[in-house]
Design a binder for this molecule. Structure first.
Ligand SMILES: [Zn+2]
Length: 197
C-alpha cells in the first residue's frame, strides 16, 4: 500500500487513476524505483465531512504492480485512513466538535447523523495513538513532554488546523498511517506501507 500525500480524493482521478504515464513511487516492499505498472482498480466507499455533515462517496482505487518484486500496491489519497470507511478529516471534525467545541454527544450524533458508539470509537482510536502522536508533536516543537491525552488531542487539532499536514508528518516519523488501527499490534506487519509527499 502506498499513500500519496500530495493527492486528495478530489484530485485522485485526474492525477492517479487516469495516469497512464510513469509512476515515480518507490516500492515499499523491495525499494525499487520506477518499477510500477497499472494493475487494475477496485471500488472503495468513503465517508467524509462536508460543512460538518456526513457525505458518502465511492472512489475507484488504482493498484500498481511492481515489476521488480511482483507485488501489488493500492495507491491511496492523503485523506483516507487505510481499512477505515471514515476519512481522516471526518474523524477530525467529530473530535473537534467533542473536544474543542464542547458539543454534547447527542448533538454530535444528530449533526453528523452517526451513532454515539462511533464517536467513542474515534475517541478510543485517538487515545491508542496519543503517545505516538505526542512524540510527533514534540518533534514538531509544538508540545512538551507533560501533555496528557486531552492536551495532546488539543495540540494535534490546533497544529492540523494551521498546517494541514499532520498525517504526513506522522507517517514520516513513525512509518505508520495516522489512526490506522488494523494490523497495529501484529508483528511483522502483514502489509507494506509506503508514503510519498
Ligand atoms: Zn517491489
Amino acid at each position: 500500500m502506498i499513500i500519496d500525500f500530495e493527492e486528495s480524493f478530489n484530485t485522485y482521478d485526474e492525477n492517479i487513476l487516469n495516469n497512464y504515464g510513469v509512476f515515480n513511487y518507490v516500492c515499499p516492499t523491495c525499494g525499487a524505483k520506477h518499477s510500477f505498472i497499472r494493475h487494475g482498480t477496485y471500488e472503495r466507499n468513503i465517508c467524509y465531512s462536508k460543512d460538518f455533515k456526513t457525505t458518502e462517496t465511492t472512489i475507484e482505487v488504482l493498484r500498481l504492480f511492481c515489476k521488480s518484486c511482483e507485488k501489488t500496491h493500492a495507491i491511496l489519497p492523503n485523506d483516507v485512513v487505510p481499512y477505515c470507511i471514515y476519512s481522516f478529516s471526518f474523524m477530525l471534525d467529530v473530535l473537534i466538535e467533542k473536544i474543542i467545541n464542547f458539543k454534547k454527544i447527542s448533538e454530535i450524533c444528530e449533526g453528523f447523523n452517526i451513532s454515539f458508539q462511533l464517536i467513542f470509537n474515534f475517541l478510543s482510536r485517538f487515545i491508542k495513538f496519543a503517545n505516538s502522536c505526542k512524540y510527533v508533536l514534540m518533534n514538531l516543537g509544538v508540545l512538551n513532554n507533560s501533555g496528557n491525552p486531552k492536551e495532546v488531542l488539543a495540540s494535534f487539532i490546533s497544529y492540523e488546523k494551521t498546517n494541514h499536514n499532520f498525517s504526513i508528518k506522522y507517517f514520516f516519523y513513525s512509518s505508520w498511517p495516522f489512526l490506522m488501527s488494523k494490523f497495529q499490534n501484529i508483528l511483522p506487519c502483514p502489509i507494506y506501507v509506503g508514503g510519498t509527499g
